[in-house]
Design a protein around this ligand. Structure first.
Ligand code: ZN
Ligand code: ZN
Length: 412
């Protein structure tokens, strides 16, 4: 792999992704297979004056062994020292980098009740930490690095080595790194572009969006008053610094009115959920709540996640991505939500980002609920719905009817 491009990537994640400031600690969650990249991130972090770099290693093999063979008693709580580590660092304003790379089917055959109980436990025990993340009290950034098991799933016809190289090429393209380019400048321009789109959407002040396509989607989504469309960077409310939570990011997103979603919604891509691939998702909604659930594969995995708590039955995110976006045009199915969600219009069921309401990062859960968004759930799962023929028609609060999407792309 091209060392110059790798260093650009590591510096981009540290300096634009979490935008690490002098004296700030950084926590890196990373698979052991990606250790060489974690080392580069570590150097890049110390180079900008990190106070300390804390690494939490993960491993697909060991994780699978844990899910299959650990004593049944360990799935009902998160170890207290893990909670203490996250909360202590979060209060210090840690920059949190997650390297997302996993075999999409790593947990095939694992007892679903173990996954459900562990998800419930993580939602409960790591609530303080996840709330700080969701409300931008700390800067965070999710990125990806290829590992063989994942790359082989994306490019099944290639050898493991070729597949990893090809996935690197695609990731570099998606995060705008070229050998002689200036990734930081590229990202500033890209963020300014999508932030402009978000601002324009906010100014329309849509009361409702109507989705329709030939997959069977026919969905009306009401938007709360004072909603904001966001894109590109977020502002960390603790140090006032701008960070980019996902690399790549192509989406412009907001939060729907919790009780204002009605109709049918068909997914357009498979979803990797808890180490299983869920295909052919179809939901119907009544007054915002998921009423019917169908999937062609691993329906039980999906039902378990939607059934996690009351809030997971409602949508928390609405996101627009043109069908002709660069990642979508690659034609590759990544089996990794970080990429697939940035190639397609999507929604998320579960907790909304507070910043999608004016001043929301400073509101309590009760105030956010009163503002109309899905403010309380222990999960947030994006799933892809965009197609080449997706039409979205908006109605503004003052009654204007506007074509927002036509033939899968922005019409405004
Ligand atoms: Zn999203
Ligand atoms: Zn999301």
């Amino acid at each position: 792999m091209n060392a110059k491009m790798l260093w650009q990537y590591a510096r981009l994640v540290v300096e634009v992704g979490v935008n690490l400031q002098k004296g700030q600690p950084v926590m890196i969650n990373c698979p052991v297979d990606c250790a060489p990249f974690a080392r580069m991130l570590t150097t890049a972090a110390y180079d900008v004056g990190a106070k300390d770099v804390i690494i939490n290693w993960r491993d697909d093999y060991c994780a699978r062994e844990h899910w299959l063979k650990a004593d049944d008693s360990v799935f009902d709580s998160v170890d207290p020292w893990v909670v203490l580590q996250r909360n202590t660092l979060a209060k210090e304003g840690v920059g949190c980098i997650s390297v997302s790379a996993s075999d999409p089917e790593n947990l095939r055959g694992v007892d679903p009740s173990r996954l459900r109980r562990a998800n419930t436990a993580a939602g409960r025990d790591l609530k303080e930490f996840s709330r700080m993340m969701m409300s931008n009290a700390l800067p965070w950034c999710v990125v990806s690095v290829p590992i063989p098991a994942w790359a082989k799933k994306v490019f099944p016809g290639l050898s493991a080595e070729e597949a990893v190289d090809k996935l690197w090429d695609e990731i570099f393209k998606a995060v705008r790194i070229t050998e002689d380019g200036d990734a930081v400048a590229e990202w500033r321009a890209h963020c300014a572009n999508i932030e402009g789109k978000a601002k324009a959407l906010t100014e329309y002040d849509f009361a409702e969006l109507h989705y329709k396509n030939s997959l069977g989607t026919d969905l009306r989504v009401k938007m709360p008053e004072n909603h904001l469309w966001l894109a590109g960077g977020d502002i960390c409310k603790t140090n006032g610094v701008k960070f980019v939570a996902n690399m790549p990011t192509e989406e412009v997103f907001s939060a729907p009115l919790r009780t204002g979603v009605d109709g049918t919604l068909a997914a357009s891509k498979p979803l990797v959920l808890n180490g299983n691939v869920v295909e052919g998702i179809r939901f119907t909604f009544k007054d915002g709540r998921i009423d019917e659930i169908h999937a062609d594969t691993n329906e039980e995995t999906l039902r378990t996640q939607v059934g996690l708590d009351e809030g997971s039955h409602y949508l928390g995110e609405i996101a627009l991505v043109p069908y002709d976006s660069p990642i979508s045009n690659s034609g590759i199915l990544f089996f990794n939500t970080l990429f697939d969600e940035n190639a397609s219009c999507h929604f998320a069921f579960g907790e909304a980002y507070p910043a999608c309401i004016k001043g929301g990062d400073d509101l309590s859960v009760e105030e956010l609920k009163a503002a109309g968004i899905n403010a309380e759930s222990n999960t947030h799962v994006d799933f892809m719905v965009g197609t080449r023929d997706l039409e979205i028609t908006g109605t503004t609060r003052d009654g204007r009817v506007i074509k927002v999407f036509e033939n899968g792309n922005f019409a405004i």
